[in-house]
Design a protein around this ligand. Structure first.
Ligand SMILES: [Zn+2]
Ligand SMILES: [Zn+2]
Length: 626
């Protein structure tokens, strides 16, 4: 079976630890610290103040360990400076906002919709210099989160789920919610029992006395590890506990979950609540697809999704009024904030020298020490320009995919290799590249961010060049085929797609970027050069959602597989056919389809080099960027 799902998902679960891509510039301090306090890049100010209601929410989602990027996204090429805040800055922002809420005499909640982990924990994460999410979660715990929901990335590895169950959830005192996600443990009598990772729901009262009922729902995820369980959302709403949780009418339902606000199962949860409470305000805070999105299921509800990677901070406010207006539409507002100090200082009316709180500075300091401890600052070289995954076409000089497979791999994989002088073709999957490379310093953290997977390279010797050359196009045609099927399918079929169920969201994110580029005349806006690059959003909620105006990010369709240039030789020249072991099954299958002289099997595949995919860019940078 030609299964694209298999390797896409594997890519997700073999990714390095939660904080392996932390940016460590500790050795550069205090100059680096100065840089952070007075950003070198001219950041654009927000367009207008936030609209406050009587209930207000600061929302994060899909942070994927990026909250431990020590000094934020630190590169100077846009859009990176937009996200240059760090977790300490965010903590200071939250503290100031809490104070403003007190002054305005309104409620302010802090909520997260899951995916704290990048993939796996330290157990099988990055071998040297990895930071366990366990360590960095200590800092996250210092923030006054009212609700945090579990994400699918907390369930790929039992060890992570176990850490959330034993360490994280207890510290959150009932605020860590997993309505439909369980972990199997031994009870005191050594019997196995399946229990919620956190709490199923939370009922609490705000500072202003508002009664809130919350859930923490996970989409219908099937890629979870053994001894963890995810109950389908449609079954969850039929549970006795669910009926009991929603029976009593609160002032507001705040339904949190790791589930996208469009094209997924929120209507199932929403309708179940509406069936009992026709008019109670409902706020939905979703996540997982890494996009900025918003809609209103009805006049007394709003659903918000707030991006990814500590790039976006979501804001939602509701003017609930008093209970006598229970028939009227509620005035909601939402805003997508860029995660940087200029944004934070603008909205809290603080200056650079008054913004940092003691708590915020402690967190920054603590992360700095942790980062030091793990020595993540090894400098490999200086990237001469930006290289992007999908903001440049593939192949091109600006494509990080071209850089990886056509420049870096041919150097790094043949370095100290006895096969060096034998012509080759090299192939990998484009999903192996996870983050853009920016001009300037390229250190170990940049390497892990760009290419985090620990995959080996293997090869088949004596493959005729003419045969090897047919494999890449055939692999990509197979991938495109799967996609076409998906695009033609209804939303329902799409939802049931295996890839989707196993947690693969890149395609949805890239489709979104492409749509936003198209809807906002991206090419024209980028050419005019009076706006910096960044997210530009259209959603289904009233008014403009983006807090800061940008020119949209370019977006090109990239193939599922990428390959190095073929050597110039005749078709019958025998070459080394090199590929990442991760795609071995698909590749052998295609290789046997494009010719019938030889039947290739696993026994034809040998190890090509000891260099793993996550070391490749560093080796290349040491060679070419110094
Ligand atoms: Zn995510
Ligand atoms: Zn997710």
């Amino acid at each position: 079976m030609r299964s694209l799902a298999a390797f896409s998902t594997l890519a997700l679960v073999t990714v390095a630890n939660a904080c392996g891509d932390a940016h460590d510039h500790a050795h550069e301090s205090p100059s680096a610290l100065r840089k952070r306090l007075f950003p070198q890049a001219q950041l654009t100010k927000p367009t207008r103040p936030l609209e406050w209601g009587d209930l207000n929410i600061i929302h994060t989602t899909d942070t994927h360990g990026k909250y431990c990027w020590l000094l934020g996204h630190q590169h100077l090429s846009y859009p990176e400076p937009n996200y240059s805040g760090d977790l300490g800055d965010f903590a200071s922002f939250v503290e100031h906002m809490k104070q403003i809420a007190v002054e305005k005499d309104v409620d302010l909640l802090l909520i997260d919709s899951g995916d704290l982990h990048d993939g796996t924990g330290l157990s099988d994460g990055f071998p040297a210099g990895g930071i366990d999410a366990h360590d960095t979660n200590q800092f996250l715990k210092q923030l006054p989160y009212d609700i945090m929901a579990i994400g699918n990335h907390e369930l790929y590895d039992y060890i992570n789920t176990w850490d959330m169950y034993t360490n994280f959830a207890p510290a959150l005192n009932g605020s860590y919610l997993s309505s439909n996600a369980n972990i199997t443990i031994f009870d005191e009598n050594n019997n196995t029992v399946s229990v919620p990772v956190g709490n199923r729901y939370r009922k609490f009262t705000t500072r202003k006395g508002r009664r809130i009922t919350s859930l923490g729902v996970l989409f219908d995820f099937t890629g979870n590890d053994v001894n963890t369980t995810v109950q389908p959302v449609a079954d969850m709403v039929k549970e006795q506990w669910f009926a009991e949780a929603i029976a009593e009418e609160p002032d507001v339902f705040v339904l949190v979950g790791h589930m996208p606000v469009s094209y997924d199962n929120w209507p199932t949860v929403f309708n179940a609540v509406r069936a009992v409470h026709a008019e109670t305000p409902i706020i939905i805070l979703g996540g997982h697809t890494h996009i900025r999105d918003c809609n209103q299921p009805d006049g007394r509800s709003m659903a918000l999704e707030s991006g990814r990677y500590m790039e976006t901070i979501g804001w939602l406010s509701a003017k609930l009024g008093d209970s006598s207006d229970s028939q009227k539409n509620i005035t909601f507002s939402r805003r997508y904030l860029d995660q940087n100090r200029v944004t934070y200082e603008y909205h809290t009316q603080q200056r650079n020298n008054s913004f940092d709180t003691a708590e915020g500075q402690n967190i920054t300091q603590g992360l700095q020490e942790l980062s030091d401890k793990y020595e993540l600052s090894t400098l490999f070289g200086y990237a001469p320009q930006d290289y992007t995954i999908s903001r440049n076409p593939y192949p091109s000089n600006g494509s990080s995919l071209s850089l990886f497979i056509n420049e870096a791999a041919p150097y790094a994989l043949t370095f100290n290799n006895t096969r060096k002088n034998i012509s080759n073709i090299m192939i990998t999957n484009s999903g192996s590249q996870r983050f853009d490379i920016y001009a300037g310093t390229f250190d170990k953290n940049d390497q892990i961010a760009a290419s985090p997977f620990l995959d080996a390279f293997v090869y088949i010797k004596n493959v005729p060049l003419g045969v090897a050359q047919q494999v890449l196009p055939a692999l990509n045609a197979a991938g495109a085929d799967e996609r076409r099927k998906r695009d033609l399918g209804s939303v329902l079929q799409q939802r049931e797609d295996e890839l989707w169920k196993r947690g693969y969201v890149d395609r949805r994110y890239m489709d979104w970027l492409e749509e936003m580029d198209r809807r906002h005349d991206g090419a024209v806006k980028r050419a005019s050069q009076n706006l910096t690059l960044g997210y530009v959003t259209s959603d289904s909620c009233p008014g403009v959602g983006d807090d800061t105006l940008h020119a949209p990010l370019a977006s090109y369709d990239i193939p599922d597989f990428i390959g190095s240039d073929a050597p110039s030789a005749s078709n019958d020249t025998l070459i080394d056919f090199v590929f990442v072991d991760f795609i071995q099954e698909q590749l052998l299958e295609i290789l046997n389809e494009v010719q019938n002289t030889t039947t290739y099997t696993d026994s034809d595949v040998e190890s090509y080099t000891d260099v793993l995919s996550n070391q490749l860019l560093g080796l290349y940078a040491q060679h070419a960027w110094n």
